[in-house]
Design a protein around this ligand. Sequence first.
Ligand SMILES: [Zn+2]
Ligand SMILES: [Zn+2]
Length: 273
Amino acid sequence: MLPTDNHVHTRWSWDTAASSGMELACARAVELGLPGIAFTEHLDFTTWSHGDTGRQLGIGPRPHVRPLDVPGYTADIARCRETFPELRIYSGVETGEPHLFSGAVAAVLAAGEFDRVLGSLHAIDCDGSLDFVDATLFGKLDPLDLMRRYLAELLVLVESCSVFGVLAHCDYPRRYWPARDVGEYPEAEFEDGYRAVFDALASSGRTLEINTRSPLASVELVRWWWQEGGDAVSFGSDAHDPHSVGSRFDLAVDIVEAAGFKPGRDRHDFWRR
Ligand SMILES: [Zn+2]
Ligand SMILES: [Zn+2]
């Protein structure tokens, strides 16, 4: 039996097409037999708000990022809950760099009701500006160095920010790893960095996401999470279109199971140790 998809974007996210409606994503989840779906729309900011701890970084406006329309999104969730009573539908947000935008994130969370709050690091501080991690950044920095900087910043995020319950795609830069130039992603090279993040996440009783849009985690990597005391695993497709809901969950479930985790208390729960 496949688990809930705890990481799905729809037209309410700034990087998702208007045709990616919530209803279509729900229909796909029902078709796959998923017990639930969480709509974790992007919560990103381009300017600093009161209480943000990242103020000293000189970021300028980042193109394309749009604020989340919380009332519109919430009304859409309510409609879907009526239309799909057989599916458990969670509200949620994916907070980008929440340790830097702490004030802005707190204000949005206080204004709505969110079942799932994901914490994500999509951008890192490069000489005082906040740069998205992508192929362009890999072209500017040494790949090993970029990945080490990323994991170091991710540790700061986990240790200094408690607004989120699930850490999303813990090795996000892996999506852009320049394998053609430098060979396969050397996961073991970064074991210490992963373990430090997992230790901090586990000590604070939070959940690690297995992201199936990213290159799939190895059994070894998920076992590091288990060994560092991780209790719970969440599955997230990070779908930005309805057809990607639940994508590769069959493979992800096998990996997580091989690392020692089992389905939780009921079919709506995270997987547990
Ligand atoms: Zn993300
Ligand atoms: Zn996402």
